[in-house]
Design a protein around this ligand. Sequence first.
Ligand code: NDP
Ligand code: HSE
Length: 437
Amino acid sequence: MNPVRIGLLGLGTVGRGTVTVLRRNQDDITRRAGRGIEIRMAAARNLAKAQNFASDIEIVADPFKVVDHPDIDIVVEVMGGIEPTRELILRALRSGKHVVTANKALLAEHGNEIFEVAQETGGMVAFEAAVAGGIPIIKTLREGLTANRIEWIAGIINGTSNFILSQMRSDGKTFDDVLRMAQDLGYAEADPTFDIEGVDAAHKLTIMAAIAFGMPMHFESVYTEGISQLTGKDIQYAEELGYRIKLLGITRRTSEGVELRVHPTLIPAKRLMANVEGVMNAVLVKADALGATLLCGPGAGSEPTASAVVADLVDVTRMHTADPEHRVPHLAFQPKYLCEVPILSMDQVRTAYYLRLSVYDRPGVLADITRILADLEVSIEAMLQKEPSASAQWVDIVMLTHMTVEKRINAAIVRMEALESISGKITRIRMESLDQD
Ligand code: NDP
Ligand code: HSE
């Protein structure tokens, strides 16, 4: 059988990894796919650099030339960004081609439109590399867990921010230095604020929630808070209390609706997830029949991401002669059964909290604080008062609360910040026990 012909959009970190892995494992991949997979042409802006890397591949500067080329069967989009990428993918589908993409931003923001067009054209859009790099989480959610009702997912799904948090905790390196290292290693997005402000994790969470709960993508509804405001102090206090801080993406089905949130989170240090360090990602899925399952592996980088891209290429190669009605649906549920689910606002979310307050060290201050919390029915689980330095009268108090509704904590923070005995803003970090029930 003739090899399937690939048009590659982008020859950067992921594109090069894809070429390398396809070449290195060509024999095994052909035996698995049932036919060869051949890169017919590729697009990159810097032609000389791309040619230098892959002199045997026809390289063009205009990605539309790849998409429009009649010889191409599958377009692999590893260029990134929203436009012209959206237009390129829609054009590829409309001209009868299949698409493999690693572009979570595009799918989270325009996936509903892209899947609708794919449905019309009978095209496949495969996107394993878009969530958690090399970890096969899409296949797991979409195929491995089809027997289950998924209850919640909590994941470390941004390698760059996990790398930064790990390095800050273990080596005491500065935020900026570690971010630069992550960029040099090819982990960060073209715009690294996506990584550190939680946007990239929100993109990935949007995709996982759609697949888990059979609903359309709702990126605009994800509560998104990144790690840029975290201080070394909070990382250290959390440690003293037996916790680690991780940037988590959390989605949970409740009787009132679905939670969609990304934020720094204290998790007990004894949990496996707390010990996932560096660029590693981990996704914990709680499903009713299976129970809790943790998938862990490299979440970014050239070859780990290429592993997912090539797995998709093999899937598409195997499936592209199959009747579209009998393929695995893009979002796990048959398109006509996708349904809107209410999405909870952050005010409605129930969780526990870490609060750090800088207070004036005099009698009665603690009583004022605990009265406010008691009035709002927030109960305290643990408290830590740091020693004041010889010269300062302001001391740090750290409190861990039991589970409560976010609306109550917001009200308590407003009232506590209004006390004269409290200086500056109160730091609030959410906590999750990640109990498996
Ligand atoms: P890079 O910036 O390393 O590579 C992008 C490539 O696309 C480059 O070869 C660039 O060309 C080319 N390109 C960009 N715009 C155009 C254009 N308009 N015309 C032609 N070529 C273009 O990005 P990555 O490989 O890191 O990421 C690619 C995608 O994969 C993104 O969507 C990213 O979110 C996703 N991803 C990345 C991961 C990672 O670990 N890096 C992991 C998972 C997903 P040139 O080099 O000449 O400028
Ligand atoms: N910038 C992303 C990360 C790449 O750091 O996780 C993988 O999606």
